[in-house]
Design a protein around this ligand. Structure first.
Ligand code: PBG
Length: 324
């Protein structure tokens, strides 16, 4: 044969493959989600997320220092609210001495350079497990946005670098930006869950925080997985309203959406490799059906290749160990 172009030339050795690799994942790409609970020296494994833990503040602080030493620059905080503190108004979400607010302070005290992002939504605080205030069977928009704005200010006061609204109410980014401005928090960023789909892949997370919806589902606020153009609409609106970083969630079943969003906005795009995506890899690996380490690297690289600048993933630590 006389071929002009032989593509295998660029694949023939590890050195050449490394030279021409188009996508490289690095520690500063990752956002490490953390689940925080009350108590001292607590570290309990989440049954549906093997190898991932709920931790009390003291252990969380140790974890954050370790993540920082590994080169991970950002954590995303979720708290598990005690049942007796839950209501339908988000009262505990606004408590300046609440678990979230104490966690932010403790982390920023111990590791001031770590970028701290906080989840803003009512589900962990809601007796109904919904992301907003419930009236009858409805999750009401505007009253919820008011609470989310106050919640964001409360997180900013505690020292959060970014608030991350994950609720999918309309108009919340503009309202949060305005509330931050009004309270002088001109350096607090917003990472918006802009295109968040109503997905079955959040199941293990809801176990972790005991936050499954008590009735119905989240389809009146989270997006229909059949839709792509709507993701662009949602994201462009969030950018207009003041989002600094936008997000697509979940990640691997939505690689097309990540690419679509990346091609349409002028801000960094993050993707959330969610609990169910983590659990699938863990379960298959446990059965011996997948090589876990290779599955981690291939998955995270695919998310970045699709266009994500940042990846929230429960594999952040594993990935850093694998690439260093
Ligand atoms: C809730 C929230 C969810 C996740 C992040 N924030 C669950 C939901 O919307 O029900 C899911 C994260 C994951 O599955 O890893 N505001």
């Amino acid at each position: 044969m006389h071929l002009t172009r032989r593509n295998r030339i660029l694949r023939q050795s590890p050195a050449i493959r490394a030279m021409v690799a188009e996508t490289i994942i690095r520690p500063s790409d990752f956002i490490a989600p953390l689940f925080i609970i009350e108590g001292a020296n607590v570290r309990e494994e989440i049954s549906s997320m093997q190898g991932y833990y709920r931790m009390s503040i003291d252990n969380t602080v140790k974890e954050v220092k370790e993540l920082w030493s590994m080169g991970i620059k950002c954590v995303l905080l979720f708290i598990k609210c005690k049942d007796e503190l839950k209501d339908n108004k988000g009262t505990e979400a606004l408590n300046s001495d609440g678990l979230m607010q104490r966690s932010i302070k403790a982390i920023k005290d111990a590791c001031p350079d770590m970028v701290v992002m906080t989840d803003v939504a009512l589900d962990p605080f809601s007796t109904y497990g919904h992301d907003g205030i419930v009236e009858g069977q409805e999750i009401v928009n505007d009253a919820t946005v008011e609470v989310l704005s106050q919640m964001s200010v409360s997180h900013a006061k505690a020292g959060a670098d970014f608030v991350a609204p994950s609720d999918m109410m309309d108009g919340r980014i503009g309202a949060i930006r305005d509330a931050l401005e009004c309270n002088g928090f001109t350096k607090t960023g917003i990472m918006s869950y802009s295109a968040k789909y109503a997905s079955c892949f959040y199941g293990p997370f809801r176990d972790a925080l005991d936050s499954a919806p008590g009735f119905g589902d989240k389809k009146t606020y989270q997006m229909d997985y059949a839709n792509r153009i709507e993701a662009v609409k949602e994201t462009l609106m969030d950018v207009q309203e003041g989002a600094d970083i936008v997000m697509v969630k979940p990640a691997m079943v939505y690689l097309d959406i990540i690419r679509e969003v990346r091609n349409n906005v002028d801000v960094p795009v993050s993707a959330y490799h969610v609990s169910g995506e983590y659990a699938m890899i863990k379960a298959a690996a446990k059965m011996g059906w997948l090589d876990e380490n290779r599955a981690i690297l291939e998955s995270l690289t695919s998310i970045k290749r699709a266009g994500a600048d940042l990846i929230a993933t429960y594999f952040a630590k594993d990935a850093v160990k694998l690439i260093s």
